[in-house]
Design a protein around this ligand. Structure first.
Ligand code: F6R
Length: 251
C-alpha cells in the first residue's frame, strides 16, 4: 500500500489528480474506473485545470463509472451521469462514446450488469479504479455484507446510505432505493486502485478499513489485499490511524 497524507482537502485533490494525470500520460488509452460523491469533486477540478494547461489529453481515455442509481433519468439531480458531465466530461476533450455507465433505465437489470462486465473485459479490464469510502465502509455501492465474489449487480441501498444521499435539493423519498454497482471482485480485478478519503467524519472508518480485520462487515477492508493500492487521505481522515510507520512499511 502506498499512503499519502496531505494537509487538507486541496492537497488531497491535487495529489489524486496528479496520480491520474501521470497514469494517463503513461497510457493515453487508460481504462479508468470513476467514482462520484463529494470526495473526488476537487480532484476533478484539478484535472480540468491540468487539461486547460495542456497537460492531460482525455481523447483516448475510456471510463467506466463504478455505480449509478437504478431507474432514474440522466437529468435527475442524483444521476451520476449528470455528475460526471458537470464535474469533468463537459470541460475536457473526452469522447462520449468512451464513457460508460451502467444503463439504469432498462428493466432487465441482470442483462445490463452482464453487458457492463462484458464491456469492461472487452477493454482489457480496468487499469485504475478511483474509490471513495462510505461511512459504513462501502465501496461503490457494495454495502456491508457484500460477498467478496460479487460482480456488477443490482443492489438495495441501506437506509443509512439513502439518508446521507438526501440533501438540500433531494428529499429522502426521492433518493432511489436501488443502484447498479461494480462488484467487489470486479473492483479487486482493477490493476491499480486509488482510494480517497477526506475529513474527520471518515477517520474511524478509514482506520477500520486499513487497519482492522478484512471482513465483509467493512467492504473497503478487502482493499488491504490489493497488490497495487494507493491511499490518499487528508490529515483529518488519517487522524485515527495508528502506527503510521507500520502502514508505510507495507509500501
Ligand atoms: C460513489 C460511490 C460511493 C462514494 C462513497 C463516499 O460513486 O461509489 O461509494 O464513494 O459513498 O461518498 P462521499 O465522497 O460523498 O463521502
Amino acid at each position: 500500500m502506498q499512503l499519502q497524507i496531505t494537509n487538507d482537502y486541496r492537497g488531497l485533490s491535487r495529489a489524486a489528480a496528479r496520480i491520474m494525470a501521470q497514469r494517463i500520460l503513461t497510457k493515453p488509452n487508460l481504462v479508468l474506473g470513476l467514482a462520484t460523491g463529494k470526495t473526488p469533486i476537487g480532484m476533478y477540478e484539478e484535472l480540468v485545470a491540468l487539461y486547460r494547461q495542456g497537460l492531460v489529453d482525455f481523447s483516448s481515455l475510456v471510463t467506466f463509472n463504478v455505480d449509478e442509481f437504478f431507474a432514474i433519468p440522466v437529468d435527475h439531480p442524483l444521476s451520476y451521469h449528470h455528475y460526471m458531465e458537470e464535474h469533468l466530461f463537459q470541460h475536457v476533450n473526452i469522447n462520449s462514446r468512451n464513457t460508460h455507465f451502467p444503463s439504469t433505465t432498462v428493466s432487465d437489470a441482470n442483462a445490463v450488469c452482464r453487458e457492463y462486465e462484458r464491456r469492461i473485459q472487452a477493454h482489457g479490464g480496468i487499469d485504475l479504479q478511483i474509490l471513495g469510502i462510505g461511512h459504513n465502509g462501502h465501496i461503490g455501492f457494495n454495502e456491508p455484507g457484500s460477498d467478496w465474489g460479487t460482480t456488477t449487480r443490482l443492489v438495495t441501498l441501506t437506509e443509512e446510505t439513502r439518508a446521507r444521499l438526501a440533501n438540500r435539493d433531494v428529499s429522502l423519498t426521492e433518493v432511489p432505493r436501488q443502484a447498479i454497482t461494480l462488484g467487489i471482485k470486479t473492483i479487486m480485478h482493477a490493476k491499480e486502485i486509488l482510494l480517497l478519503a477526506s475529513g474527520r467524519e471518515k477517520a474511524m472508518i478509514v482506520r477500520q478499513a486499513l487497519q482492522g480485520p478484512v471482513s465483509t462487515d467493512i467492504p473497503a477492508s478487502i482493499l488491504q489485499l490489493h497488490p497495487r493500492l494507493t491511499v490518499v487521505l487528508d490529515r483529518d481522515a488519517a487522524k485515527e490511524l495508528n502506527d503510521l510507520d507500520d502502514l508505510r512499511r507495507l509500501e
